[in-house]
Design a protein around this ligand. Sequence first.
Ligand code: ASN
Length: 327
Amino acid sequence: MEYEKQKVDEGIGKRGMPKPLHRMSETERLERRARIRIGSEIIAYAEGFMRKEGFVQMLPVLLSPITDPLWPDPAAGIYKRLEVDIYGTTVRTMHSMIVHKLVGTSLLMDRFFVMSPNIRLEKPERASTGRHLFDRSQMDFEARGASSAEIRSLIERMLHGLVEHIGSSMREEFSTIGAEAPRFKVPFGVYSREELEKRYGKDWEDELPKHISEPAWIIDLPREFYDYEDPETHRWDNFDLYLPKRGELVTGALREFEYKKMLSKMESAGVKKELYSLLLELAKDGKIRHSAGAGIGMERLIAWITGAEHVGDVQAFPKVPGIVYEL
Ligand code: ASN
């Protein structure tokens, strides 16, 4: 499906839509500046934390023949996949570096992370959710031999340390935006998707954020082939972290590493297995190692901590679905 060009004026005229820098008032610019300064400190803290935990930072990949299918995932809302031919080969913009993470932790580095830009062309209807962008970054990381519980605990420790650090070191910026860093206790509560479906029905993803006052883990979410599914119980060893009022911040899992399971999940989901032949070959040769990891949406993290209405309000150059800004 193609969409008509939406004028920037119409898009940003709507309530709550992030404005480009050159159309902001002086006060609005000061607020954007304060959010971006806090964001810079958040990024530095998160990177420092990961290094102390033994993760090596690697630079991102932007184009590759292999990217995340983002399918099947009930939360996905991609309207178009960007592909371009270079040197006679089709490459795609990165939806996420998940396949690179599986191969990287298997063949190169036990633990690593990437501040990874992801281009996901979300449907324009998602402009007003306040949570979606078509050009955004996640802190994407993977650890060989880790469990889901270890990854969840690592994220809890990071977020806990982060809000303490930011709250005390960025007082001036918080006063400019008239906000305070969120407070919460760790460990976070854990809910199973099954339990939430019973309580809130199939729209639990929209309902849950209205009913929690602290971040909460959701486990056992049927989705892409790379998350681990128990062959007997059919439970998925994966998780999301949901924020009060805002929804998903983190996605992660223990990974599949067995050839047969990956292949049969791709087939039943209708994912083109030719696109993943390298991963499948490595798995067939027993070269994909057991790992677990996650991705933290950086704009969502900064927006939550700075109390921004829209995730585009923490970007210097907003990338709201459906609107192509001049910069
Ligand atoms: N980064 C996510 C993960 O590690 C995958 C994604 O972004 N789709 O599970």
